[in-house]
Design a protein around this ligand. Structure first.
Ligand SMILES: [Zn+2]
Ligand SMILES: [Zn+2]
Length: 70
């Protein structure tokens, strides 16, 4: 189960589940769109994996499995 972290690890912008612009790597380092594209150029600075658009979690699952950072 994805953690769906709550903020960008670089600039700490909030990244709610409903937002369209959260990116994750394979181990769930999480970044906003501008950090992903402009700062990191599509690759995770921690593990060097590629960053992809994070899927949103349907509301009925968010109630059961809320966003968390760890
Ligand atoms: Zn950011
Ligand atoms: Zn990573």
């Amino acid at each position: 189960m994805l953690l769906l972290k709550t903020e960008c690890e670089t600039c700490h912008a909030p990244l709610p589940n409903s937002g369209p612009d959260a990116y994750i790597c394979t181990i769930e380092c999480t970044f906003c769109e501008s950090c992903t594209e402009e700062t990191h150029k599509g690759f995770c600075p921690n593990c060097k994996g590629n960053l992809v658009l994070r899927p949103t979690r349907p509301q009925k699952f968010i109630e059961k499995y809320p966003q968390r950072d760890e």
